[in-house]
Design a protein around this ligand. Structure first.
Ligand SMILES: C[S@@+](CC[C@H](N)C(=O)[O-])C[C@H]1O[C@@H](n2cnc3c(N)ncnc32)[C@H](O)[C@@H]1O
Length: 244
């Protein structure tokens, strides 16, 4: 069954070779950093950067548990990428560009940290799939609330379909650009109730929905999925690979 890393793994498998030096922008708790480290092997290395110390603490904790020597983490705001004094064979990010106030500026700095012929690999989601589920009114309501909250926080919820233009404007050569719909079924279940729980305070703070609305949606989700004969289109992921 599909999991949230399947699309990422195919992007990384198509771009990362053994021995590469890789930079993971906005690594969070290191999910993608660890995937990349498996592919570069012991002769390569991966550096994960994030602005959030709690995220980095969790990433470091995982690193201690695995004992891997080809991974390191560093606290850095991506707007200050010029402070890094190394260059890399490949620079990647997953679900990060959408949160940046100026993705073009960050990409320009990242390009300066990329070796000649080096690759950029980005995965972003995009809210364009919101209208794709007319048979799932409550799931659609939930998805819509989530995207509107991210937008209210300043996130670019259409960055997935802008990746091509963003990288072209940096003078990068686009090698591949793909999107994939992530499906949820009765068998896989839906993670939307969990996401609504996680985001509840933010949704209420931005007055996107009330606590009562959220409870109503949450309680309707399981039966809506159980009664449907269709798959629910949960997310549209975009992936791009480009060369300097
Ligand atoms: C949705 S998470 C994605 C984490 C990871 N890339 C993944 O796919 O599992 C976004 C991450 O971007 C980080 N981030 C956002 N703005 C940043 C900035 N200006 N500098 C560094 N990291 C940033 C956040 O702290 C967070 O860990």
């Amino acid at each position: 069954m599909h999991n949230r890393d399947t699309f990422t793994q195919s992007l990384l498998a198509a771009s990362i070779k053994k021995g590469m030096t890789v930079l993971d922008l906005g690594c969070g708790t290191g999910d993608v950093t660890f995937l990349a480290a498996d592919l570069v092997g012991e002769t390569g290395s991966v550096l994960g950067l994030d602005i959030s110390q709690p995220m980095l603490d969790m990433a470091e904790e995982r690193l201690t548990q695995t004992g891997q020597t080809n991974i390191s983490f560093q606290k850095l705001d991506l707007e200050q990428l010029d402070q890094l004094d190394r260059t890399f064979d490949l620079i990647l990010a997953r679900r990060v560009l959408m949160y940046l106030p100026g993705p073009a500026q960050t990409l320009s700095l990242a390009k300066q940290r990329l070796k000649e012929g080096g690759l950029m690999v980005f995965q972003e989601s995009d809210a364009l799939g919101r209208q794709l589920n007319p048979d799932f009114p409550q799931h659609s309501r939930a998805i819509d609330l989530i995207w509107r909250t991210v937008a209210a926080e300043g996130g670019d919820i259409e960055v997935g379909s802008k990746l091509y233009t963003l990288l072209k404007e940096q003078g990068m050569e686009i090698l591949s650009y793909q999107s994939e719909n992530v499906l949820q079924t009765q068998e896989s279940g839906s993670d939307l109730a969990w996401v609504l729980d996680m985001m509840q305070d933010r949704i209420i703070k931005h007055q996107i929905a009330s606590k009562e609305d959220l409870e109503e949606i949450r309680s309707a989700l399981p039966s809506e999925l159980a009664q449907s004969k269709k798959a629910f289109i949960r997310d549209t992921a975009f992936g791009i690979i480009a060369r300097k």
